[in-house]
Design a protein around this ligand. Structure first.
Ligand code: DGP
Ligand code: NA
Ligand code: NA
Length: 210
């Protein structure tokens, strides 16, 4: 437990799900909601392609460069580590972070390639623990039907099926799953409820773990 456990702080909210599960638009909607309610909030995403590590990741994802599976795994993790201290500062100064993908994507996507799951988890140890993981639940087939994938490396049905299996292994009782096949407004409504509850808990001083 870090800091004063009675201190009001921002919430670390993570959205996870397959490609085309609707995470990115729901993240934006959540930030707008929080801002309308006068709650300080920012939209973050991983990979953060703006850093130099992020640019290496981006060229890998666009198939501009090739990297060993372990090497790219560690770069994705490094990309989260390079934002850790800013993340902590934001949370402690009362800003809620709505984060589009986090360590679970790291583990799910790399273990979907056949890397050992425990090996994949190791570099994530010590990053800040989310207060809420919301999983946008959609089958790989349904996701693939949604206006098609972009051309990035992982955006293929066969691979997304493996990612879905890995997410199933990673999921635990603390995750809140939302059926992502529902109309976008219904997904939004369910997310709003669970996120606002989480923000309230953190305002009351829920401890921040790493
Ligand atoms: P996005 O910008 O959310 O579309 O993510 C880009 C792609 O990278 C997407 O297919 C998910 C994948 N991805 C996100 N985080 C990680 C990670 O930590 N490790 C691996 N291997 N893939 C990731
Ligand atoms: Na993507
Ligand atoms: Na996305």
């Amino acid at each position: 437990i870090e800091g004063n456990s009675k201190e009001s702080r921002g919430a670390l909210v993570v959205l996870e799900g397959l490609d085309r599960s609707g995470k990115s638009s729901q993240c934006s909607r959540l930030v707008s909601l929080l801002e309308r309610r006068g709650i300080s909030a920012e939209l973050w995403r991983f990979p953060d392609r703006t850093t130099s590590v992020g640019q290496m990741i981006s060229s890998y994802l666009t198939n501009t460069s090739e990297l060993d599976d372990h090497t790219i795994h560690l770069l994705f993790s490094a990309n989260r580590w390079e934002k850790r201290s800013l993340m902590e500062t934001k949370l402690k100064t009362g800003t809620t972070l709505i984060v589009d993908r986090y360590s679970y994507s790291g583990v799910a996507f790399s273990s979907a390639k056949g890397l050992d799951m425990e090996w994949c988890k190791a570099p994530e140890i010590g990053l800040l623990a989310p207060d809420l993981v919301a999983y946008l639940d959609i089958s790989p087939e349904k996701a693939a039907e949604r206006g098609g994938y972009g051309g990035e490396r992982y955006e293929k049905l066969e691979f997304q099926k493996k990612v879905a299996d890995c997410y199933e292994v990673l999921r635990d009782v603390t995750w809140k799953a939302v059926d992502a096949c529902q109309p976008i407004e219904d997904v939004e409504k369910q997310l709003q409820e669970i996120v606002l509850d989480c923000v309230t808990e953190c305002q009351k001083g829920r401890p921040l773990f790493s």
